[in-house]
Design a protein. Structure first.
Length: 191
């Protein structure tokens, strides 16, 4: 099912609350990841990833702008592909992260922009600092999973963050302050 066109959304605003169908989804940690990249001294683009995170999506069928998203994961779940880089990121130069320090995102608003696209605004808490960010999101597909035999949904989203906004701007501008973020998630209907 795709996001509804604007006319259908307007009609949904006047529907009674009982008529609005919603589905709660739980993120499939094995098929959800956040990939980030940044410029390193102009010589290369460096990549990292977070995976295995938890979260829920409440998808409101007839009024997707009333949907919501909550995601959390430990900072120390970061994958860099190089132990020394990971150790440096977890040092006082950057996160100085405790084992239980979490990154969280909680949506505060959704603007439907197309048949299957939306801008999801939310509060991102990273390194103990909360900032508003906007995710440019796309619904890839909703339907029954062919193996799991239950409702499933998949979304992609992108955003750009400034490291300095979250107190981890060491070595900028030589190492870019801007970090490109690409998110791809699958989520299963909660049981």
């Amino acid at each position: 099912m795709k996001f509804l066109p604007a006319a259908a959304l307007a009609a949904a605003l006047f529907a009674s609350p009982a008529a609005i169908a919603q589905q709660t989804y739980v993120l499939d940690a094995s098929h959800s990841q956040i990939v980030f990249s940044y410029d390193h001294l102009g010589f290369s683009t460096t990549y990292g990833m977070f995976s295995g995170f938890e979260g829920t999506i409440v998808f409101v069928e007839d009024a997707p702008e009333q949907s919501s998203v909550e995601v959390s994961f430990p900072v120390r779940s970061m994958l860099t592909g190089w132990e020394e880089r990971f150790a440096h990121f977890m040092s006082a130069d950057f996160f100085d992260a405790a084992d239980d320090e979490m990154v969280t995102f909680v949506s505060t608003g959704i603007e439907v922009t197309g048949e299957d696209t939306a801008l999801i605004t939310g509060d991102l808490t990273l390194n103990g600092i909360t900032r508003e960010v906007v995710l440019d999101a796309k619904l890839n597909q909703r339907g029954d999973h062919p193996i799991e035999n239950r409702p499933w949904a998949g979304f992609d989203a992108t955003t750009t963050l400034l490291r300095s906004d979250f107190g981890v701007g060491a070595f900028a501008p030589f190492v870019s302050d801007e970090v490109a973020v690409v998110i791809s998630i699958e989520a299963m209907a909660a049981q």
